[in-house]
Design a protein around this ligand. Structure first.
Ligand code: FCB
Length: 440
């Protein structure tokens, strides 16, 4: 282990992150149908058509899971709240069982001295709202703000921090342009609208939570470093455009009240009416920003329609996701986010981690030195950014448990803790024990 707590500033927070649909078991506790259930039920979308019905059965095992968070020495637990568990129809009638669950979960964190860090939306949109167009419908900003009030009206008094939406790029581009995530659309008009409405919903939820008197509200964005695939102007422009719609679009909306010009070249004809008037809501004051970081991409031009580019396979060592391991990207993003957007505002790494095959051995152990190596390399970049003045206040590892990795089903294991998806038995991996020593 190449680090311990004393290598970080006093008060630096370590945490681990999960999300509701990926671990809770959506079939339990009266949750309503979501677009992930129907996406997964449609042939060809998800490996083995797996869904979040059982997840890791966290709904029943959350005490044991929080014991693992505590015993590892983490200060914080980043979890998400399922909209459809709280409001099965997306609006209107509340599922008391759902609210009660998040209430118990919150108290169970506090009893263990763990800081609750909530995300309101980590991708499971209630089906009745998907029927109305989901993120393509401008009304989602209002529906989402109402959900924020309902869930935070119950647990908001005990949250350490809250962010409205996990990874706006995934909600917008990945789900409406690439079609890899629910609702699986591949349509530029849908994408432009979803990307803008995600921002509007973010700002609307921030305002709703301010209205409840809540503090320490932020945003969580994901970033992938984009390098040109070749040393040409065309490849540089291609990488710059990828950077625009992936890494700059959302922060630019929130902090500069505008969208990147190269992205608008493709989006302008498809934007919803009146979008220019939404930036005061989108730019609602924030207390922190979280960056989720995993990898980089090489981008080169192609002759297809806008955005006229494609990913090119890179030469670096890869994880089980086929993602290149590129720790320098995290350093570059932390520096750039502070310099270009957030200034003195506290930053967090809200997700970072890797998937591995992680097989449980006959002697009952799971050895994952690759994960430890990945984390150490990224934490070295975190320390470098801090040393150069970036106001970074914490680091969250994705993830506590092996879980439902969306369209890739249950075989991409991101956990510090191995999960047997038949018996639901939890087995801490070697990386868990190493981290425990470092955090002691
Ligand atoms: C992030 C997601 C998280 C998980 C990791 C691997 O994009 O926020 O749910 O899928 O990637």
């Amino acid at each position: 282990m190449t680090f311990s707590r004393k290598d970080f500033p006093e008060g630096f927070l370590f945490g681990t992150a999960t999300s509701s649909y990926q671990i809770e078991g959506h079939a339990f506790g009266g949750a309503g149908s979501t677009h992930w259930d129907t996406f997964a039920a449609t042939p060809g979308n998800v490996v083995r058509a797996e869904n979040g019905d059982r997840g890791c059965d966290h709904y029943h095992r959350y005490e044991e899971d929080l014991d693992l968070v505590k015993a590892a020495g983490f200060d914080c637990y980043r979890f998400s709240t399922s909209w459809a568990r709280v409001l099965p129809e997306g609006r209107g009638q509340v599922n008391q069982e759902g609210l009660d669950f998040y209430d118990r979960l919150t108290d169970a964190m506090l009893e263990r001295g763990i800081k609750p860090c909530a995300t309101l939306y980590h991708w499971e949109l209630p089906s009745p709202l998907a029927d109305l167009g989901g993120w393509r419908n401008r009304d989602i900003a209002k529906w989402f703000a109402d959900f924020a009030e309902v869930i935070m009206g119950r647990i908001g008094d005990r949250m350490y921090s809250v962010a409205p939406i996990n990874e706006p790029w995934c909600v917008g581009w990945l789900s409406h342009f690439l079609g890899h995530h629910a609702p699986g659309l591949r349509d530029i008009r849908a994408t432009a609208r979803a990307m803008h409405h995600v921002n509007l919903a973010h700002g609307s939820a921030i305002q709703a939570m301010r209205g409840l008197g809540m503090k320490n509200l932020g945003a969580v964005v994901n970033m992938e470093w984009a390098d040109p695939a070749t040393d040409t102007d065309e490849a540089r422009a291609a990488a710059d455009l990828y950077d625009g719609y992936y890494n700059r679009f959302f922060l630019s909306g929130m902090f500069k009240k505008e969208y990147p010009a190269n992205v608008m070249e493709g989006f302008a004809p498809h934007m919803p009416e009146g979008w220019q008037d939404d930036f005061d809501v989108i730019g609602s004051k924030l207390d922190w920003v979280g960056v989720n970081y995993y990898t980089r991409k090489l981008i080169g031009p192609n002759t297809g329609p806008w955005p006229h580019h494609e990913e090119v396979e890179g030469p670096l060592p890869k994880t089980f996701m086929d993602w290149e391991i590129y720790p320098e990207g995290l350093y570059k993003f932390l520096k750039r986010t502070a310099e270009d957007y957030t200034g003195d505002l506290p930053l967090y790494v809200t997700e970072n981690g890797m998937a591995n095959a992680d097989v449980k051995q006959p002697d009952g152990t799971v050895s994952d030195p690759e994960r430890l190596d990945y984390v150490e390399k990224h934490l070295a970049m975190v320390r470098q950014a801090i040393a150069e003045g970036v106001p970074l206040k914490g680091y969250f590892l994705w993830s506590l448990l092996d879980n439902y990795e969306w369209a890739l089903g249950y075989e991409k294991r991101f956990g510090l803790v191995h999960v047997d998806f038949d018996s639901m038995e939890r087995t801490p991996k070697s990386s868990y024990y190493e981290l425990q020593k470092a955090l002691a």
